[in-house]
Design a protein around this ligand. Structure first.
Ligand SMILES: NC(=O)c1ccc[n+]([C@@H]2O[C@H](COP(=O)([O-])OP(=O)(O)OC[C@H]3O[C@@H](n4cnc5c(N)ncnc54)[C@H](OP(=O)(O)O)[C@@H]3O)[C@@H](O)[C@H]2O)c1
Length: 309
């Protein structure tokens, strides 16, 4: 049975009242940021003690999800995964009626679309999905980018409050778009870190400290990633002409894999890109730029989607 919120359910002051469901590392950072910005903040977590520190600095604790949701017209959910989101929806019941749900839990586009449907069935006034492109300590700073998509009206009404969390980007009415972009940006990050980890292991095979390499690696990666806009233009125009063609790059990648094995380093982080480049060369793309690899992985699934501000 639902229990009452510790000290009332009504927002006061100029800032909008907000409920945060989920107080892991990220949910705690979100709630702490909202409190610091002056938002009356209600918090609720499966393990209630995780709210103690926030309550000590002014958060209102709700023991039950339904009470937490009823306390604010805007609820932000940030839990471990999609299954946990649905558990929260189960426990909220019809408490979401009239309220807006912003789901900042990492997930897939399909999960976001299903959650939007489920939220609509529960009477949620507006469902917005989001992706947090930041770590907890960055929240509330301009470097914390949060992607949103879903109900345009709900986002517009609560935009000002959401801007407390960091830089804000609304991508469109399809609730799956924020997840799509989130996973795309994470893919870029993981690809970069895969290469960096391999690089550190490779020089480490000769006892070179990681810090000695990163001093060189960072400016190198910055120089190479500065070419991303022209790579994107090549993908969009289909003009893959290159001063660094794939046939040349295939030889370098083979050297990386061979040298890694010779140094006793597993090439597993580099093998996927090496195999893809070899496949591209075998398919007649040896004179093309790296940009042409997008066509090999995308198949017919690449449909450009306009991004909204
Ligand atoms: N941490 C980061 O650097 C970071 C960065 C960007 C995005 N994110 C995203 O933020 C979300 C939360 O991440 P986190 O770092 O806060 O994770 P976390 O520290 O592991 O916390 C997980 C949260 O989910 C709750 N939870 C787990 N299972 C649940 C269930 N069945 N029902 C209700 N609540 C449940 C946990 O409650 P209990 O306390 O009771 O276990 C806890 O509040 C994830 O989607 C993550 O991808 C995290």
């Amino acid at each position: 049975m639902d229990e009452r919120i510790d000290d009332g359910t009504v927002a006061d002051g100029e800032r909008e009242a907000i409920t945060v469901l989920g107080l892991g590392a990220m949910g705690t950072a979100l709630a702490g940021t909202l409190l610091a910005r002056g938002h009356p903040t209600t918090v609720c977590n499966r393990t209630p003690e995780r709210a103690d520190a926030l309550v000590a600095v002014g958060a209102r604790r709700a023991a039950a999800v339904a009470d937490a949701v009823a306390a604010s017209s805007l609820t932000i959910a940030c839990v471990v995964d999609d299954a946990a989101v649905h558990e929260l929806l189960d426990r909220a019941g019809d408490a979401f009626r009239r309220g807006v749900l912003v789901n900042l839990t990492n997930g897939t586009p399909a999960q976001a679309r299903r959650a939007a449907e489920r939220a609509a069935d529960l009477g949620v006034a507006g469902y917005v999905d989001g992706g947090i492109m930041a770590v907890p300590s960055m929240m509330g700073t301009p470097d914390a980018l949060v992607l949103y998509s879903g109900s345009r009206e709900a986002f517009a009404v609560h935009r000002h409050a959401l801007e407390s969390l960091g830089a804000t980007r609304y991508l469109g009415a399809d609730p799956g778009l924020a997840s799509l972009y989130d996973l795309a940006l994470l893919s870029g990050m993981y690809g970069m870190f895969a290469g960096a980890l391999h690089a550190i292991a490779l020089v480490g095979s000769e006892r070179v400290p990681a810090a000695s390499l990163t001093e060189l690696l960072l400016p190198w990666l910055e120089a190479m990633t500065s070419g991303l806009p022209s790579l994107a233009e090549q993908v969009d125009t289909g003009d893959h002409s290159s001063e660094s063609p794939l046939a040349m790059q295939a030889a370098a990648l083979a050297n990386i894999v061979d040298a890694s094995r010779a140094q006793g380093i597993s090439p597993e982080l580099m093998l996927p890109i090496q195999r893809l480049v070899e496949r591209a060369v075998a398919a007649g793309h040896g004179a093309d730029d790296l940009s042409s690899l997008v066509g090999l992985v995308a198949g017919s699934g690449r449909t450009p989607v306009a991004v909204e501000d």
